[in-house]
Design a binder for this molecule. Sequence first.
Ligand code: ZN
Ligand code: ZN
Length: 636
Amino acid sequence: MFLERSAIFWCVQFAIYFGSVTHGNPIASSRYNFDDEWDSNIISNKEPLLTTASREHKLPPQSHRQGKDVIDLRERLLNVEELNVTNDKIGNSVNKIIPCSVCTLGTNLLQTAVRKGESFEAIKLQFVAICVGFEIQNHDVCTGIFDIFGPEVLAVLNVTEKNPKEICTLLQSEACEEDPSLPPPWTIELSEARNELEEPEGRPLQLGKPTLKILQISDSHLDLEYVEGSNANCDEPLCCRATSTLKKKNGVIMPAGRWGAFNCDSPRILVDNMLENIAKDHPDIDYIMWTGDLPPHDIWLQTKNDSLMVLKESVAQVQRIFPNTVILPALGNHEGIPAGNFPPPWNKDQAHSMDWLYNEVNKHWKTWLPESEENSILQGGFYSVLIRPGFRVISLNTNYCNIFSWWLLLNNTDPAKELDWLVNQLEQAENNDEKVHIIGHIPPGSSDCMKTWSHNFNEIVNRYQNVIKAQFYGHTHSDEFQLFYDPNNSSRPNNVAYVAPSVTPFSGYNPAYRIYHVDGEHPDSTWEVIDHETWIMDLDKANSNLNENPEWFKLYSAREAFDMPNLRPLEWHKLIYRMVQEPKLFEAFYKFFHRDSPVSKHMTNKEKLYILCDLKSGRSQTRRAICRDLEIMIHD
Ligand SMILES: [Zn+2]
Ligand SMILES: [Zn+2]
């Protein structure tokens, strides 16, 4: 989210500016041995988590008509419009980036400051003075951010051997104009493809066969300190708490509603109400994908104990309503402390180890997962489970590609050996004729995901595109998707990531969850997603009708709303170009993106381009290349 990104960014810039922390006792870089002895070669489990093929389901709604073929249209539009666009415009409007020069300047200043050897408290004083002086945040937030982020960020910056340009290029390689033809610094070994690639069009959907009905809950951001009636229009990054201040600029108090507010995270009552309504409206769910970000956005206050408290409370909420349902969790960036920080296992220093989180999640997750998965969960918070014979779910910890995971600045080579393990699991799945769904939190194409990790992940998806039938993430809080493409053919999408809407209204969204209908167990099963639905609560309406229980209702189903014959990657690819051509179709998509929130605003062409570019960006930090055609088609 923007507030969060902004706060973290300024924290780092100031930390970079003022530099060294370990006065008199600098941490030596030779202290870290990056070898990881963990054996990633784990035999995948063979006992299905679901004991029956599927429950009784109603069939998903049918599309009214066949989707249009718009591939020719893309070519035609390009030929006509290209003449009107100058070359130097290309790539400038598909990125929202912080200039590389700002980053590099700060990092250069760091090298001077490090030599000064100033103390943590001295740097903090200067940081807070500038943070408050430039009205970036108030005194308490500035102090809190330094106290929480400083020990990790400054320790890393003190020992990294990378130069300023290298650090900034790791954080945002496109902004720093890294040569895109450079070979990646590390690669994951892949076997040769053994099977013919499936045709992008595929067979017609096999409607009328058994289906799985799957729930995805993402980004609940439960705020245990939410206070109804407190100020929802504050100066801190997160409002609706007893301590929320009055906004200096307009001084208008907006009382926090009973069910939530658009500048705030979820009150407990909102999450409880959603879960109760899901249980009522969907008693036939086969399993739940729970894709992380449980704690609130109070990143300037958050401690490890706070994160664990929210984890326990959230697990208790879900277990109370769904005591007998299989739940497949994934870790969000906000579970880390400071937010986003997931030091790889080579960091054995207890002050920076992730044991505090992995030990705790393992205790809770073992309720739903087989004992065999404890090994990889304790290693890095990821696992692989067989759901039914021939169908597997792999849960990734995509926080190991997060640019805000500071220890990756020291070494980002396949953190926790997660991708190595993933390839091993996919190879076994291919050998065993299994189809796979991948779940995680940060979508691998997000600009928050480091380029090399993302590019390796894309190579893996391309190699195992016949095995991986769908991917499911959260993190953006928007209702959207991301496409993956054949590295050698930019017109051939080979996979789709469903990016689910957030439960939290933060910031500017109606609370939501997703339901997926998946081709279920039968002799020709593909395990592909046949349709998905987004269900929401109208937050303003709920807060203004306090005598009635809030209504949760289906906002749309994808096949019907977008008039798609199926949800295969090619149809999603076509949808992007249909939205270029049909403004009303984009308007519908944008309405769903915010879940019809009153906070959503009119889109400029530049903002529309940015959103559509996101949909094509399953590979991070390559927006200029991936979205060049869109940029030519859409311009002011
Ligand atoms: Zn989130
Ligand atoms: Zn997130």
